[in-house]
Design a protein around this ligand. Structure first.
Ligand SMILES: Cc1cc2nc3c(=O)[nH]c(=O)nc-3n(C[C@H](O)[C@H](O)[C@H](O)COP(=O)(O)O)c2cc1C
Length: 306
């Protein structure tokens, strides 16, 4: 049967619901020898800051069971270099461009949103959830008032659709999502990484130079699926789900829980073709189960007891 894998998020139509997660796909270019970027719904680029950043000291990655702990610390060339060097490259492909921005202050977010407003990006992903920088970012994302303040300011600064990226390091993620929606967010994406620590028992020191880092990969998936479902039940805007997706089956869990699209992150390091493999797998699942339109699966979870 002919199936429709296209999804519409805030008026932006993606060829399929699979997006590469920020920080795990560079600017797309890095994967282009392995993957046809036209086959990926979208790419959320490495988190951008107003000025270039070298990131944190090394070691910045520690492997953990079924996951990794990272404290990269937003290494990136800065928003101006992205606009100049990377947008023209990405524009060649039939993949949507999501610019992920992180600020120390509200005015950083405003300035970046204004700079990106007249570029060819499709969606602005506002990262209020990076656990690996000393100032701003996660500090905004852990309170309703912080998320509201940043969302309101970015909403005013751009006509592009805005998607607020939420942290799981909170007790009630649904309330945080509601405060983003109330201030004009077009979508929310979740989850960013869960703050953790790995200790070397011989040196008695944390393995990461930054001491703590963010946990991602399959280890976080059940937490992420639960949070996507909680947020989906609370808000009316689209939810983009991620956390430990390695296969089409994992992706479909998120879609059933309420995600309109999904992102693949850490698994790109294991399999550089993960995004296109997941997209192919979703299409096969739809054909096998006679699902004509992928968006019809969103939120179709049947809870036990219902
Ligand atoms: C090495 C690394 C770097 C990341 N950098 C960013 C970033 O710059 N901005 C951001 O919003 N999320 C960043 N993330 C978080 C991912 O986009 C994603 O939210 C998280 O890893 C959960 O998905 P996953 O388990 O599929 O990786 C990063 C994750 C990793 C592993």
């Amino acid at each position: 049967m002919v199936v429709n894998t296209r999804v519409n998020i805030a008026g932006v139509v993606f060829v399929n619901p699979v997006i590469a997660a920020s920080g795990t796909y560079g600017f797309g270019r890095e994967y282009s020898d392995y993957v046809d970027l036209n086959k990926i719904g979208g790419i959320s680029v490495k988190g951008l800051t107003l000025q270039p950043r070298l990131g944190n000291d090394t070691p910045r990655i520690a492997e953990t069971p079924s996951g990794i702990l990272n404290s990269v610390g937003l290494q990136n060339p800065g928003v101006d270099a992205f606009i100049r060097d990377e947008i023209p490259y990405l524009k060649q492909f039939d993949t949507k461009i999501i610019a992920n921005i992180a600020g120390n202050t509200v005015s950083d977010y405003i300035e970046m949103a204004e700079k990106l407003d007249c570029t060819g990006i499709d969606i602005l992903e506002v990262n209020v959830s990076c656990p690996n920088v000393k100032k701003g970012c996660l500090a905004f994302g852990t309170t309703m008032s912080g998320v509201a303040e940043v969302t309101k300011a970015v909403r005013k600064a751009t006509k592009k659709p805005i998607m607020i990226k939420l942290t799981p390091n909170v007790s009630d993620i649904a309330s945080i999502a509601l405060s983003a929606e109330a201030e004009g967010a077009d979508a929310v994406s979740l989850i960013n990484t869960i703050t953790g620590m790995v200790i070397d028992v011989n040196t008695r020191r944390p393995v990461l130079a930054n001491n703590t880092g963010g946990l991602s990969g399959p280890a976080v998936r059940p937490v992420a699926v639960r949070m996507v479902h909680e947020v989906y039940k609370s808000v009316s805007i689209p939810v983009v789900g991620m956390g430990g997706i390695c296969s089409a089956e994992d992706a479909i869990q998120f879609i059933l829980a309420g995600a309109s699209a999904i992102m693949v992150g850490t698994w790109n390091f294991n399999n550089p073709r993960a995004c296109s493999d997941v997209a192919e797998g979703i299409k096969s699942y739809m054909e096998e189960n006679s699902i004509s339109d992928v968006s019809k699966l969103t939120g179709e979870l049947i809870m036990n007891g219902d």
